[in-house]
Design a protein around this ligand. Structure first.
Ligand code: FAD
Length: 465
């Protein structure tokens, strides 16, 4: 069993992408490293287990990427989704470093594959992990172990001793035992607070009881809160998060990617009063999929239904759950427990508003509605071919953006603006520095890999001095 009594150069809290990149970089920098991961070995790796790809800048096509993705374009994509809510210097630093990470990850054993056909059209910008996030993690763990990194599983950081911005030790609970773990430097890489429903309730009220968490139940923000209480500067709006519409039948935690619905643009979305509430065809799906979690969160009972007919049923990626089907609109309403008159009126009103056009789901086509609110700006087609279908959806929270403030070395900044003497942060726990709002697919892993690598490097340097 990993020795928790020894003093290490670098203590890394967490066991996902950010933590492992930090641990490997620190070990390569000559440091002795201990990783404390709350999960068991089987469940190690937090939300990273569920991932499929990473967004990195690159100047030319590669074996697995279909074309260049220049730094400026990456930055402009980030600006667009965050609407400017980003630390520009840090974001540019991340994007610059992401170029190196694209080569660095394969050197740590991670393998890429060309993008699979699917709904998000990312073949030029994003590198897909061969075997998915779990394979990626297995490769990183193997490399870390081969470099001598000590890993403690089922070990949770529950307390931090910090004196005037300087980390002294962490209290780690492993089984029935509590250990005081000392280290010269500390890297916090243990996620946001998305799995802590009570904390989410502070901002969302009772609605948070109806949220589903797409990833690990372990990211409860314990370390994030401790750091803020011990004087580390906060950054980010606590209500901002990445949230998508996922199947309402998904488990409370860890449902992963197969519960996400990408069928919104092919139909309409109604709330429990059978009313539409947002333009389902506002923009191409990769630019809109991440807003639907919040939209559903704002509806009564935090439930909504994606409704479509049999003419489109094979046009999108199926999910784990089959759609609920019925031969008539009224019977479908019955199965969804919606008011049949209201549901029929919504579909009739929508159908009457659809203008003729040429359907093409790969572009912003000219199929739109006229005279209804909200409009459906693209891909609007009448819902009229039986049988009729619906997916019930709820907000699926991916990760939160409230964060510890860091500088370009990923060193935490204290409330008075001073950099901490020996504390660094990487991944979700500091994502809010770059993501004030919005999301561009694959950037969660960029934040983990780039800042994890920097944190490990800097922590090792710090420990040596
Ligand atoms: C279904 C799903 C699909 C996704 N797909 C993608 C994708 O394709 N591309 C992308 O870029 N992003 C994706 N994301 C987001 C991505 O998972 C995260 O941005 C990224 O994995 C965060 O890495 P991390 O290391 O910061 O956190 P995590 O990977 O979540 O790791 C946090 C770790 O900290 C541990 N921990 C928590 N608290 C403590 C504590 N007190 N003590 C010790 N350990 C603790 C947890 O057990 C966990 O191992 C997806 C997320 C989900 C849920």
């Amino acid at each position: 069993m990993t020795d928790l009594t020894k003093k290490y150069d670098v203590l890394v809290a967490g066991g996902g992408n950010a933590a492992l990149c930090a641990a490997i970089a620190a070990a390569r920098g000559g440091a002795s490293v201990l990783v404390v991961e709350m999960a068991s070995k089987f469940y190690r790796g937090g939300n990273t287990r569920h991932t499929r790809n990473i967004r990195c800048a690159h100047d030319a096509a590669t074996e697995t990427l279909s074309g260049p993705y220049p730094e400026e374009e990456f930055f402009s994509d980030l600006l667009q989704v965050t609407k400017g809510a980003t630390d520009e210097a840090l974001a540019r630093h991340m994007i610059r470093e992401s170029k190196e990470v694209l080569d660095w990850l394969p050197r740590q054993g991670v393998r890429f594959q060309p993008s699979l056909g699917g709904t998000l059209s990312l073949g030029r910008t994003n590198s897909f992990f061969l075997g998915g996030g779990r394979s990626m993690l297995n490769a990183l763990y193997l490399t870390a172990e081969s470099l001598g990194v000590a890993i403690a599983y089922e070990a949770e950081v529950i307390g931090l001793d910090i004196d005037n911005g300087m980390f002294l030790s962490a209290t780690v609970q492993r089984g029935a035992e509590r250990h005081t773990v000392r280290a010269a430097t500390f890297v916090a890489a243990c996620g946001g607070f998305e799995s802590n429903i009570e904390w989410l309730k502070q901002y969302w009220g009772a609605a948070a009881d109806n949220f589903l968490i797409r990833g690990t139940p372990n990211n409860r923000g314990t370390v994030l809160k401790l750091l803020h209480e011990r004087g580390v500067q906060e950054i980010g709006d606590p209500t901002q998060c990445h949230a998508v519409a996922i199947d309402a039948r998904a488990p409370k935690y860890d449902g992963g990617i197969i519960t996400r619905h990408d069928s919104v643009i092919f139909g309409i979305v109604v709330n429990k009063h059978a009313q539409r509430f947002y333009d389902e065809g506002e923009e191409i799906w990769p630019k809109r999929y991440a807003i639907w979690g919040r939209l559903v969160a704002q509806q009564p009972g935090q439930i909504a239904y994606i409704v479509f007919d049999s003419s489109v049923v094979t046009m999108f990626m199926p999910t784990l759950y089959p759609p609920i089907g019925a031969p008539t609109v009224r019977e479908l309403a019955g199965k969804l427990s919606l008011d049949a008159d209201a549901f029929e009126a919504t579909i009739d009103g929508f159908n009457a508003a659809v203008r003729p056009g040429t359907f093409d789901d790969t572009i912003l086509d000219d199929c739109r509605t006229e005279g209804i609110a909200p409009p459906k700006s693209h891909w609007a087609r009448r819902i009229e071919t039986a049988p009729f279908y619906a997916y019930p959806v709820r907000p699926g929270i991916t990760f939160t953006y409230l964060a510890t403030r860091v500088n370009q070395e990923t060193r935490m900044l204290m409330r008075d603006g001073r950099p901490s003497a020996n504390m660094f942060a990487a991944g979700e726990i500091m994502a809010g520095n770059v993501l004030g709002r919005g999301y561009a697919a694959g950037i969660g892993m960029t934040i983990g890999s780039v800042f994890g690598r920097i944190a490990g490097r800097e922590a090792a340097k710090n420990a040596r001095n």
